[in-house]
Design a protein around this ligand. Structure first.
Ligand SMILES: [Zn+2]
Length: 292
């Protein structure tokens, strides 16, 4: 019996035997798959979807995705539900689908998916860490271009900037932990003008925790952009803005993920479960086309 699978490194998964373990190269971090670590929880009187989510430090949407019984927002007492080890969604995997296919679809690294799923060669179900379950958007974000891309047509800084920290599961420069980064960090000096990526209405303008000075703009088609760690804010709540309207300047307020000055820029879409972050990189092409 050959237990070895190549993807992208030789990995022996859970069935590793002492004799095979000596084969080079050694597996990296192939431990139990996320789905094999799912716990059961029986809903007790007084518990709510929100309280269970808090208890396990998960998003309500993660619990709703794993448990159809919770999707109307209630928590029926006595119901046994499944609790994954961290946020994400469980997906059926069609025969012939590769980890790279899933990585492309969900904006998660292929090697991360492989390891999170116990280094299986041909999974029939997989757990996608960080993907948000949504009744509207089963793909949890992804590449919707065309009319939606036109809504966000302006790059948020005067010139294209290097990405310091990407969207998704990342090792932040500040910690040695893998965390979910809900936007991109674009390198820019303090004081650089930050512009609205599209026409819309200012939904928030002020100080908000780790975001520091934050501007949130609601656009059409259920899209929202967020501009964080600003030094100054140039708009007020309720103000209509055009694509390219200055909303503030780059700063270092709040708790940035890196010490280098940058704009933390997020794109979110509205689902029944709230504002779900998606990868801003999806929009770079339409933004660069409109850059002046
Ligand atoms: Zn950031």
């Amino acid at each position: 019996m050959n237990l070895r699978f190549w993807f992208p490194v030789l990995c022996l998964g859970l069935s590793m035997t002492p004799s095979l373990a000596a084969d080079p190269p050694q597996p990296r971090s192939c431990r139990q798959s996320a789905l094999s670590r799912v716990q059961r929880h029986t809903i007790a009187p007084g518990e709510t979807l929100a309280s269970i989510a808090r208890q396990y430090d998960l998003l309500e949407s993660t619990l709703m995705g794993m448990n159809p019984a919770l999707r109307n927002g209630t928590a029926p007492v006595g119901t046994a539900i499944l609790i994954p080890p961290y946020n994400g969604i469980r997906v059926e995997v069609a025969a012939g689908t590769t980890w790279q296919d899933l990585a492309d679809r969900y904006n998660v690294r292929a090697d991360t998916l492989f390891e999170v799923n116990g280094c299986q060669a041909n999974p029939t179900v997989a757990f996608i860490p960080g993907a948000n379950w949504s009744p509207l958007e089963q793909t949890g974000g992804g590449t919707r271009e065309g009319s939606i891309a036109q809504i966000l047509s302006v790059y948020p800084l005067p010139s294209e900037s290097p990405v310091l920290v990407e969207y998704g599961w990342v090792l932040t420069p500040r910690s040695s932990e893998v965390v979910f980064h809900s936007g991109v960090d674009l390198l820019a000096p303090v004081g650089t003008t930050v512009e609205s990526a599209g026409a819309g209405t200012v939904a928030f303008a002020g100080e908000q925790g780790i975001y520091g000075n934050l501007v949130v703009i609601n656009h059409s088609e259920g899209r929202q952009t967020r501009y964080a760690h600003l030094e100054t804010i140039a708009v007020r709540v309720g103000q209509p803005v055009e694509a390219g309207t200055p909303v503030g300047t780059v700063g270092q307020t709040g708790t940035p993920d890196t010490d280098e000055p940058h704009l933390h820029f997020e794109v979110r879409y509205n689902s029944e479960l709230g504002w779900v972050a998606e990868d801003p990189a999806v929009y770079w092409r339409s933004m660069s086309a409109a850059r002046r």
